[in-house]
Design a protein around this ligand. Structure first.
Ligand SMILES: [Fe+2]
Length: 420
């Protein structure tokens, strides 16, 4: 009898606790990730965040920290405001150059049983954060990272260094991941890798690497890393959503896309790749970008691309053979190097090889060729780097930090361009 009473008591407690759980639903955030700022320019910026949807959302922004006169921009699939299960993205336009804005994002739960019974819940707000738009009067500052390959420890070390350096803008120079097989993988690895809020207070400029073109989902990458706005460009360049030529203080920062590391005819692509015409179109765009007044007048021009454009080893695979993957990309080098020389580019910062390398300028190649270290924190092998660019006493300074210990590893100084 004693046992039966004990059993009845346990059943009663369990039942009441289950009932209590049902009656008080657990609160889960509508934000799956923090906001990831991206595609910055003088007058615009993109804000993307992961949501626990279905949800709609917006960003409020203002030059006042209390957001008392904030403007609001909704995530849209024009002419509708977005309802998304996993990712919301907003493009904010009409900003002033070199101006600090405060912002917060909002996510609203949506219940949509049918078109005449849509329920929009109360918004949940992010914390207030800030960003500063680009422009020739803005702070001369950038950082470049590369080949993170979803390595969480590497991303965490990089995030810590970036928060210490506080660059105005960050270039993510490719191979963010190995491949992307689904949207969840993209959200977790790009918007919130290792739980790091990488881009809440400065924006990222994305330069694709060969791995960023791999995986069954990767053709949808725009939902997480949005393309540049076609309206900023001549319509013949609409397909160049990843290229940029932007002023950040005394720097002109130019992003080029070397694409995959094998020719289009390689059997791995099964006829589904068109990088060769894409690289040629970028060459036309680059010629015009160099002639833009704000680029032509920049004291310093730094170009970013993922696959190196130089290798002193004559046996290094050069990207134009069906045998082997590119260690450097001769077809891109042949098209772009003459322009770099003509317009006195000081430095080309690449990635891909995972081991830091500095190739000093020569008479033939009067720009420094820099390969950022990547992927691991192993001090004896492939150590990831953060390269920080600043202008001090009229000279461009590139400081290289190794992520195994976070310490300064190398420093390079450059004079301003002569033909600006
Ligand atoms: Fe890589």
């Amino acid at each position: 009898m004693k046992h039966i009473l004990s059993l009845l008591f346990i059943v009663a407690v369990l039942t009441s606790s289950l009932y209590a759980q049902e009656s008080v639903p657990l609160k889960t955030s509508l934000f799956r990730t923090p906001v990831f700022l991206q595609i910055p320019s003088e007058t615009s910026i993109g804000a993307v965040w992961g949501c626990n949807g279905p949800a709609a959302g917006f960003v409020e922004y203002s030059t006042k920290e209390d957001l008392s006169d904030a403007k609001r921009v909704y995530a849209c699939v024009p002419p509708l405001r977005s309802i998304q299960d996993k990712v919301l993205s907003v493009r904010i336009r009409g900003l002033e150059p070199n101006t600090k804005y405060y912002y917060r994002a909002a996510t609203m739960p949506i219940n949509y049983p049918n078109a005449y019974n849509v329920k929009v819940g109360e918004p949940e707000y992010s914390a207030v954060r800030s960003f500063t738009t680009m422009g020739d009067k803005a702070r001369s500052s950038f950082a470049v990272i590369n080949d993170t390959h979803s390595e969480i420890d590497t991303v965490k070390a990089i995030d810590k260094k970036l928060k210490e350096l506080q660059p105005a803008v960050v270039v993510w120079n490719g191979d963010t991941v190995h491949q992307l097989r689904c949207e969840d993988e993209a959200i977790d690895n790009l918007l919130f890798p290792g739980g790091c809020a990488l881009a809440e207070n400065y924006a990222f400029l994305f330069v694709p690497g060969n791995h960023d073109f791999r995986g069954s989902w990767v053709r949808n990458l725009d939902t997480v890393l949005i393309s540049r706005d076609p309206e900023e460009k001549n319509s013949k360049y609409w397909s160049l959503g990843r290229n940029f030529a932007l002023r950040q203080g005394d720097f002109a920062l130019i992003g080029m896309d070397t694409g995959e590391d094998k020719p289009d005819a390689h059997s791995a692509f099964k006829g589904l790749a068109e990088f060769e015409p894409y690289r040629e179109l970028q060459t036309q765009w680059l010629k015009e970008a160099f002639e833009r007044p704000e680029i032509k007048s920049a004291p310093f021009i730094v170009v970013f691309c993922h696959i190196p454009l130089f290798n002193s080893n004559p046996n290094a695979s050069r990207g134009d053979s069906l045998n082997g993957a590119a260690a450097w990309h001769k077809p891109c080098a042949d098209m772009w190097s003459p322009l770099f020389k003509q317009y006195s580019v000081q430095a080309v910062i690449t990635a891909h090889n995972h081991r830091f390398r500095y190739d000093a300028p020569t008479e033939d190649r009067p720009w420094a060729h820099i390969v950022g270290g990547g992927r691991t924190l192993n001090p004896k092998h492939d150590t990831a780097t953060v390269i920080n660019g600043t202008v001090e006493d009229g000279k461009m300074i590139l400081r290289v930090y190794k992520m195994d210990n976070g310490k300064l590893f190398q420093e390079y100084k450059f004079d301003p361009r002569k033909n600006q």
